[in-house]
Design a protein around this ligand. Structure first.
Ligand SMILES: NC(=O)c1ccc[n+]([C@@H]2O[C@H](COP(=O)([O-])OP(=O)(O)OC[C@H]3O[C@@H](n4cnc5c(N)ncnc54)[C@H](O)[C@@H]3O)[C@@H](O)[C@H]2O)c1
Length: 356
């Protein structure tokens, strides 16, 4: 591996940047925190002190003009425009999910990234989880599935505050984020069309929570999923029935629950065996997914649990980013996957009864 240290500019220094990305950028020898950008002056000042960084920017364009920045981590609310500008400025990109709010915004980004020769990854960290990797091997070993279930009921998000020290912004004028949300909402409504724009919240649920699960499915079974059925379930839950080639059915069940635990799994029923990958709370470090295999040994049913190694998916994502930049490794979560997930999310919403 090259001994060049990659200067990273972090754009959007909120929760996920503080909990996961910044600590790993600082810890891993391949990287250094070169610059920070946030619209909150208070957060910028605190993190500048914490990470001993003096290149602090309130405008991402100024960060992109900084020659000390080789790569960016994009952790804002609205990503598409920043991805385009970062690639145009010649920076490698790790963009948090979702890649953009609509397929229309994402499609040119995929083309731009492919033409640029730069490394561009979507931050689907679950695909780097060692338990997921083990699970994929077990799933491949059971042959064509009879049925698939992917289930993600996020637990209480307000519990993470106690796990980490975090600097929260209290100095952003309220209309700034409201304007950003309204602008995204307009683009989303246009992408869903007049008959389905009434499902904007369910679409956002798919993007903010469910895009991880669409990526997990895609990593296991590819992109050829057809949407046979989809319904909203209340205001913060949805159910869809997808069909993979050969008519393999897949139940997709996404919602926000008030559980004190995280409840997310991919379960694959084969002809003689079953495999389940159980994902851990994404905000926990050193807690990878574990895999449960049910199979027959002779005529005896045997259930085996394979714990993942005590690694952190986000850390492995950053190691892979370094491998791509320094050694030319092939990106495992390229922007094209982020676009495929947006296309499927729109197709799921459009399979619901009309609601303008
Ligand atoms: N991979 C995961 O599991 C995971 C988990 C949480 C969040 N995320 C993603 O990360 C992103 C950020 O989420 P979060 O929970 O950290 O949100 P957050 O609101 O805590 O942080 C966002 C930060 O971006 C700043 N910001 C907003 N617009 C900006 C702009 N134009 N320029 C500079 N800074 C700007 C805000 O001030 C804030 O500090 C979202 O896209 C979310 O989907 C991913």
């Amino acid at each position: 591996m090259s001994d060049k240290v990659i200067g990273v500019g972090v754009i959007g220094c909120g929760e996920i940047a503080q909990l996961m990305h910044l600590p790993f950028i600082q810890e891993l020898p391949a990287f250094r925190v070169a610059a920070l950008c946030d619209i909150s002056p208070g957060v910028l000042a605190k993190l500048g002190d914490q990470y001993a960084v003096s290149a602090l920017y309130s405008d991402y364009r100024a960060l992109l003009a900084d020659p000390a920045v080789d790569a960016v981590a994009i952790c804002t609310y609205d990503h598409g425009e920043i991805v385009a500008a970062a690639l145009a400025a010649g920076k490698h990109v790790l963009v948090e999910k979702p890649l953009a709010f609509t397929p229309e915004e994402a499609r040119p980004l995929v083309e731009q990234a492919e033409a640029s020769g730069l490394v561009a990854l979507v931050g689907y960290m679950k695909l780097y989880d060692p338990g997921y990797e083990t699970g994929l091997k077990k799933i491949a070993a059971i042959g064509t599935p009879r049925s698939i279930q992917i289930h993600d009921f996020a637990g209480r998000f307000d519990r993470y505050g106690a796990l980490y020290t975090q600097h929260r912004a209290s100095d952003i004028p309220p209309d700034v984020m409201a304007t950003a949300r309204a602008a995204a909402a307009q683009r989303i409504d246009a992408a869903l069309g007049p008959d389905h724009a009434g499902y904007r919240d369910h679409y956002l649920l798919l993007l903010m929570l469910g895009s991880h699960d669409l990526a997990v499915l895609r990593g296991a079974f590819g992109t050829e999923a057809h949407v046979a059925y989809a319904r909203p379930v209340g205001s913060d839950q949805l159910l869809a029935l997808l069909e993979f080639p050969g008519g393999v059915p897949c139940y997709l069940d996404i919602g926000v629950a008030k559980y004190e635990w995280w409840d997310e799994f991919l379960h694959v029923h084969g002809d003689t065996d079953e495999v389940r990958i159980t994902f851990q709370n994404p905000y926990w470090k050193h807690a990878s997914a574990f895999v449960t295999v049910k199979e027959a040994v002779g005529e005896a049913p045997v259930e085996t649990v394979l714990p993942g190694t005590p690694d952190t998916a986000f850390r492995r994502e950053w190691l892979h980013f370094a491998d791509c930049i320094l050694n030319g490794a092939t990106p495992r979560t390229p922007l094209s996957g982020g676009l495929a997930d947006l296309d499927l999310a729109v197709a799921i919403i459009k399979a619901m009864p009309a609601k303008g």
